[in-house]
Design a protein around this ligand. Structure first.
Ligand code: 4NP
Length: 156
């Protein structure tokens, strides 16, 4: 079982999008039983206000026929570091904030999602930049390449 935690700043736009996109990809390949997939925030702001998935993220998921379930934002916790095998951030500043909560990445588990692609870079925050279509494109690309990486490395 490979345990994957997607992380962004608020856990209402990018990381839940990645959680449900990746769940859909592995489900369609019949690999769901090989994974535990979750998402979390670096900030506690939406955990405090018990925010669900942002409506524009829900709209994209519906548009792409990607199922999603009830989700309430939660902040990443120190114990998530030992619980998960891969902690996949959306952008560089997430990494700094993740490490400030979990400590050193001694087991090399923390990456940016697009590190697994031919074009490693940040996934811009649509909360501030507004383009949910390009967010989806980046996330779908990153999730497919991450699965390809796992398959190529005989992790499954
Ligand atoms: P996300 O976007 O990190 O992709 O979930 C954000 C959503 C909410 C906030 C920040 C980023 N916020 O400050 O509430």
């Amino acid at each position: 079982m490979i345990k994957v935690l997607f992380v962004c700043l608020g856990n209402i736009c990018r990381s839940p999008m990645a959680e449900f996109v990746f769940k859909d990809i592995v489900n369609k390949k019949g690999l769901s039983d090989n994974f535990f997939i979750d998402s979390a925030a670096t900030s506690n702001i939406n955990e405090i206000s018990k925010e669900g998935i942002y409506y524009e993220t829900k709209n994209i998921l519906k548009q792409m026929n990607i199922p999603f379930t009830e989700h309430i934002s939660r902040q990443i916790r120190k114990e998530d570091y030992s619980k998960f095998d891969y902690i996949l951030a959306m952008e560089e500043k997430n990494i700094k904030n993740i490490l400030s909560i979990v400590g050193d990445d001694k087991d090399n588990k923390v990456f940016k999602l697009l590190d697994f692609t031919e074009n490693p870079r940040d996934i811009a925050d649509p909360w501030y930049y507004g383009n949910f279509d390009s967010t989806y494109y980046d996330i779908d690309y990153g999730c497919n390449k991450f699965l390809e990486y796992l398959l190529n490395n005989n992790s499954l």
